[in-house]
Design a binder for this molecule. Structure first.
Ligand SMILES: CNC(=O)c1c(C)[nH]c(/C=C2\C(=O)Nc3ccc(Cl)cc32)c1C
Length: 278
């Protein structure tokens, strides 16, 4: 794989995420389209640089049909810029799909939502079981971090906050990720763990149905009490009870009651509805 910057031609800017800007690029030799995430680490402190190194190591170590494929990295020390070359997902991100469905008042199809649940779940399963002694918590599952390739397969991306943790230990840090998707235990000062990723997955699936997160509030304080209450409106009536029950299961306030990713993927309601398109 070529890993010199001059091997790539920039086609357009497609977005800016944590720490960086995403460009759509074309490799001059294999004519393939990629995404290049440019990250300026010049102003980062040691901790942020360590986090960045862990993101790249996490990404380069994971190879899975539902995780954006890492290709290579290029470091330009003169401009203190790190370039990460990754798989291009032509279908874009779920956040843009939610925005356009909301604007056109066009609900997202239930069949597609079950596919997103299953395939994002498969990506999480890979993270949670990656390397026997180590578990990877995504910690930033949100519509802007889930992408679609040209075949409509779901790809989990942007491990901006991923942390490598020893299997038993879970991350000491409390406030992480998108506030809307923060779980009751993280808000209660508890530790972020695999079940917090399940809570975020429940919020993602809910938002695809209702085109808004399950818990919204005008202040962090009100959002916290809304999340801890665990009360949210049922998804729109035209969605099945199976889907409503699966979401409610993932949004159990007590993380002990919440399903593991294995339970979600093997749940009969999921199994009967999904297949892996590629
Ligand atoms: C409206 N969205 C887009 O046009 C879009 C498209 C077609 N692709 C993307 C983003 C990515 C993409 O295509 N591959 C990616 C790999 C990693 C990360 Cl963090 C992001 C991407 C985006 C945001």
């Amino acid at each position: 794989v070529s890993n010199k910057l001059e091997d790539f031609e920039v086609l357009e800017v497609i977005g800016s995420g944590s720490f960086g800007t995403c460009y759509k690029v074309c490799n001059k030799y294999d004519k393939m389209i990629y995404v290049c995430k440019a990250i300026d680490y010049g102003k980062m402190d040691e901790n942020q640089k360590e986090l960045l190194v862990s993101e790249v190591n996490v990404l380069s170590g994971l190879k899975h049909p539902n995780i954006v494929q890492y290709h290579s990295r290029i470091i330009n020390k003169k401009t203190t810029t790190l370039y990460i070359i990754m798989e291009y997902c032509e279908g874009g991100d779920l956040a843009s799909i939610i925005v356009s469905c909301k604007k056109n008042k066009k609900p997202i199809e239930e069949g597609f939502i079950w596919q997103v649940l299953y395939q994002t779940g498969r990506a999480l399963q890979a993270c949670h079981s990656h390397l026997k002694h180590v578990v990877v918590l995504h910690r930033d599952i949100k519509p802007a971090n889930v992408f679609l390739d040209s075949a409509g397969n779901v790809k989990l991306g942007d491990f901006g906050l991923a942390r490598i943790l020893q299997k038993e230990e879970s991350c000491a840090e409390t406030v992480v990720g998108t506030p809307f998707y923060m779980s009751p235990e993280v808000l209660g000062g508890g530790k972020y763990n695999r079940k917090s990723d399940i809570w975020a997955l429940g919020c993602l699936i809910y938002e695809l149905c209702a085109l808004s997160p399950p818990f919204v509030a005008s202040s962090f304080k009100l959002l916290t009490s809304s999340i801890k209450s665990g009360r949210f409106d049922r998804i729109p009536a035209h969605y099945s009870d199976d889907l409503h029950k699966m979401i409610s299961f993932m949004l159990s306030v007590d993380h002990e009651y919440r399903p593991t990713i294995e339970m979600v993927l093997h749940h009969p309601a999921v199994v009967v509805r999904v297949s892996q398109r590629s």
